[in-house]
Design a protein around this ligand. Structure first.
Ligand code: ADP
Ligand code: MG
Length: 144
């Protein structure tokens, strides 16, 4: 388990960039944290670490956004608005989760029943006592 404390969006982006540079093909990263904690900012950093230059927006309304231009595909899910798991099947999530790219899932806690056996959980938390822009980012390996 790794804990990173950041004090600005730039620092979170930078940490994401380091994670992206180390990411391996086929990995799944889940992003858990309240609205506005920085899940998308971190994903933008990870995309930069994969050498993706395209603008990364949160795919809240489309659920999935695919970026192909980096050193591996990035499958960016935001499942906040998912109604039921069948929607994930219609999107073809299995090709992403079990494919050759990096999968990032914002709000992954809403789809725990279809997460793969092994994944990396990234939890982002605020602590207002430490400042408005403070974030604690916990990265841990999950699975059996
Ligand atoms: P989420 O995807 O979790 O809903 P976003 O990444 O879209 O959140 O937004 C995070 C917001 O918090 C942005 O407006 C960003 O500027 C702000 N912010 C402030 N401090 C930080 C920090 N340390 N890390 C990440 N974002 C931060
Ligand atoms: Mg987001």
């Amino acid at each position: 388990m790794q804990i990173k404390e950041t004090f600005s969006p730039e620092e979170t982006f930078q940490f994401g960039q380091e994670l992206g540079a180390q990411a391996k093909s086929g990995e799944v990263y889940t992003l858990v944290g309240d609205l506005g904690t920085g899940k998308t900012v971190l994903t933008q950093g990870i995309a930069a670490g994969l050498d993706i230059r395209e603008q990364i927006c949160s795919p809240t309304f489309t659920i999935l956004q695919v970026y192909e231009e980096g050193r591996m595909p990035l499958y960016h899910f935001d499942v906040y608005r998912i109604g039921d798991i069948e929607e994930m099947e219609e999107i073809g999530y299995e090709d992403c989760f079990y494919g050759q790219g990096l999968t990032m899932i914002e709000w992954a806690n809403l789809i725990t029943e279809i997460l793969p056996e092994h994944y990396t959980e990234i939890r982002i938390e605020k602590d207002l006592e430490k400042g408005f822009d403070y974030r604690r980012i916990t990265v841990s390996e999950e699975g059996i």
